[in-house]
Each structure stands twice: as structure tokens, then as C-alpha cells.
Ligand binder design. Structure first.
Ligand SMILES: [Zn+2]
Length: 52
């Protein structure tokens, strides 16, 4: 499964439907914008996954 590029920086869940999530090491958190590096890496992974 490939994460939504704009998913939470901690768990990758979409902002819609995130609410509070528990994920070590950050613990309980609200949706947070992914870093530029994460965005780039996720876009790259998604492009790669789409290739045959
Ligand atoms: Zn999260």
C-alpha cells in the first residue's frame, strides 16, 4: 500500500478521517503536514509503484 502523499507526517493517514491517532514514537497526535522531504519521497514511491 502506498501512502497518500499529503497524509499525516507521522502515520500517513489522510487529514479527513484522521482525528486522533496513536502511533509510536509520537503517541497520540492530530494530523500534521508532512515535510517537504516526505512529500517528495511519497510522490516518488507512488510513481514507482505505478510502473510495470
Ligand atoms: Zn497521524
Amino acid at each position: 500500500m502506498t501512502a497518500n502523499p499529503n497524509g499525516c507526517r507521522w502515520c500517513g493517514i489522510d487529514e479527513r478521517g484522521h482525528a486522533q491517532q496513536y502511533k509510536p514514537p509520537v503517541g497520540w497526535h492530530k494530523w500534521e503536514q508532512p515535510t517537504q522531504a516526505q512529500l517528495k519521497e511519497r510522490m516518488r514511491a507512488r510513481r514507482k509503484a505505478r510502473q510495470p
